[in-house]
Design a protein around this ligand. Sequence first.
Ligand code: TNX
Length: 514
Amino acid sequence: MGHRLAVLLAAVSLPLAASAAPAQAAPSTVPLGNVIPAPVEVHPGGAPFRLTPRTVIEAPPAARTVADRLGEALKPATGFRLPTVGRASSRTPVIALSLGPGVKGYRLTSTRDRITIRAATAEGLFDGVQTLRQLLPAAIDARTPQKVDWAVAGGTIADYPKYAYRGAMLDEARHFHTPDEVKQYIDEIARFKVNYLHLHLADDQGWRIQIDSWPKLTQVSGGAGTGVDGVGGGFLTKADYRDLVRYAAARYVTIVPEIDMPGHVNAAQVAYPELTCDGVAPPPRTDTEVGYSSLCTSKEVTYRFAEDVIREVAALTGGPYIHIGGDEAHATAPADYLAFEQRVLPLVAKYGKIAYGWHQIAQAPAASKAVAQFWGTDDTDADLVAAVKTGTRVVMSPANQAYLDMKYTEDTPLGQDWAALIEVHDAYGWDPATRVAGVPASAVIGVEAPLWSETLRSLADIEYMAFPRLPAIAELGWSATYSWDSFRARLGSYGPRWDRQGVNFYRSPQIDWS
Ligand code: TNX
């Protein structure tokens, strides 16, 4: 490619650059930039890199785990050894992970014998590694050795996130999903540079996290039959939870625990009737009604309960946020709701964490130091707009665009439709910076794609609803530019990767699946 054309291509938008790339690379290479989420800058050029049986991964000690994980990811399909080394000899083909100051995000350079990923942090290198995986042929996701020319197009990518918070949420309460299923989901979302996983750990049906000071929560409400329609059940022991936190952290995913209060607490009240105002235990419920249960805000025991739970959950949490729910408290009088939030939001700070809740918490002045998760369908919210002026920060999860439990079409066999039918184009078609009038970009820390599991039992169910909409939300959280045509084309070529991984995705008719 002539120099002038290269300069031109670098200056134009991604879809053009991506589709023009094959002209200068071997026909089998993935066009540089054919990555989800779209990288910020893509400059194709030069000879492709080839992964061979002799390739080594070079990494300093601080990047060793990222390097080892890259090797593990590439081994099954290539059958190559891909050892991690401190320094490669100059004649060996190498994927070099390099840590150094001055790089925003990561920078990936692909040349004939060397791919270099440079970043200021190991997290940046991890992000670059996710990009590299998508630049290899789709067969790289196969689980057994494939005979493939493992070429990566030549050129440079400079990339960094738009928002710091790019989340997914999984509802463990309505149907319990095992630690292995959660780990699998973590692997699947981390590919798209999602860096937070919010776990909804308690609701009316069941309580899913061990709390030592209130042991009956899981003994009574965590067992078999506590899922929706009496299907499934279970809970995470503290050991399970710590293991999940570690597993996620190794993939640069931070787990955000949610204990929903003061509503969505029937399971807690079945176990501890003193949490109701009349002291009478309600019957266990496995239907999908919402908004009928409330902690008794006038009883002191309620605040001992809230504090004990927050303290124990904070001790399990590596990240900065504890989510305390606050949605659909229809059975709590408005004044009681405010009084409750005024006392409970500061408890999160008392245990060293930042309070996070559904956007209704914005009604409480104490939410000025909190993060509010917008899950509305309207284009503004007076309480949220007022709260933002006092310092509240916002995660955007508009239910009619970001909710992964909404059906794609009327015919989707799983999911609900109370907020909207959400096809891929709808999931991609909004801007977190302008979604809520009066909530400026400066107040938005990012996006999250929640997945409520009333209708979802298995990992296959989860995958079907999450993919391909989760990558759409991930791209809104990461990418500097917005282009449906480009996203649509990149998504179409991602299908074979999910096929190889065995991921059960929805083949939206809006996408040309290759
Ligand atoms: C509303 S969204 C809820 C959840 C349900 C969900 C189902 C939100 C904060 N609360 O309790 O699971 O709808 O889509």
